[in-house]
Design a protein around this ligand. Structure first.
Ligand SMILES: *[C@@H]1O[C@H](CO)[C@@H](O)[C@H](O)[C@H]1NC(C)=O
Ligand SMILES: *[C@@H]1O[C@H](CO)[C@@H](O)[C@H](O)[C@H]1NC(C)=O
Length: 239
């Protein structure tokens, strides 16, 4: 009896502790926008903290979050007629209606008035960002956006830089300013919220199949089993 009372009072304590004061700010597809910052074909060669194959996929996956959730998107490049080069044409083709701000000198995109106006014109307060390099193009802009009152999610898959040490330092610096540093899988699922939504399973599973094959193939394997699967000896007992 005494033990039961102790357990009950512990439960009461636990429920009293529910209000932690922490506010979990989530991405919301109606409030978010996407920034593609300097993911340029020349700068791509400077990314050494990921394999070239994984990084190309991550750049494309980041850019495709815009059309997937119908997010307003702004593209920008730095000195694209020089060695930094243009954006890959696949990224430009994904965003036929997005402004592409071609910066002639500003390192931090927020220093460019046309870019600031393009972001402000969307009316969105949540910003998903990725760039080359993580420590300069992503971090400088992310810090300026935080100062200007925006919530920022930095896609850690789709920013690249010279080394993992530089990436780690940049991510620590951004987190210190309240930037949420998370990967593509978490960004997409935080935007989706529920598999039954639209966009939901019907739109997001084909996206994962293209850009996150481990998850796409999980779905393929389940689909194949349901459509035309047969148990082999030993399997049935596992379920
Ligand atoms: C997302 O934002 C819209 C517009 O501000 C709001 O109406 C809606 O309730 C939000 N959705 C969620 C799930 O918070
Ligand atoms: C279905 O499975 C059988 C045997 O497991 C196989 O011969 C056949 O090709 C499969 N059909 C399809 C459409 O995958």
């Amino acid at each position: 009896m005494k033990l039961l009372i102790q357990i009950l009072s512990l439960c009461a304590l636990a429920s009293a502790a529910v209000d932690s004061g922490y506010i979990y700010t989530r991405l919301n597809a109606s409030e978010a926008m996407l920034l593609v910052v300097d993911l340029q074909v020349g700068l791509y060669s400077q990314v050494r903290d990921q394999t070239p194959e994984a990084y190309l996929n991550a750049m494309m996956a980041h850019s495709a979050i815009g059309p997937l959730f119908n997010l307003p998107t702004v593209l920008t490049t730095s000195a694209s007629s020089g060695p930094n080069g243009p954006l890959p044409k696949e990224i430009v083709d994904m965003h036929p209606h997005a402004p592409l701000v071609s910066r002639q000198g500003e390192v931090n995109a927020w220093d460019n008035a046309e870019f600031r106006a393009a972001v402000e014109a969307t009316g969105r307060k949540q910003i998903i960002i990725a760039g080359i390099t993580t420590d300069v193009c992503t971090a400088f802009l992310a810090l300026s956006l935080r100062q200007a009152g925006y919530e920022v999610w930095a896609n850690t898959d789709a920013s690249g830089t010279f080394s993992t040490r530089i990436a780690d330092e940049a991510n620590v610096r951004m987190r210190g300013a309240g930037v949420q540093t998370i990967g593509m899988f978490a960004i997409v699922l935080e935007l989706m919220r529920d598999w039954r939504n639209t966009p939901g399973a019907a739109e997001v599973l084909p996206y994962f199949d293209k850009y996150l094959p481990s998850y796409g193939f999980l779905a393929r394997s389940h689909a194949a089993a349901v459509l035309n699967g047969t148990l082999i000896p030993g399997e049935a007992g596992l379920a």
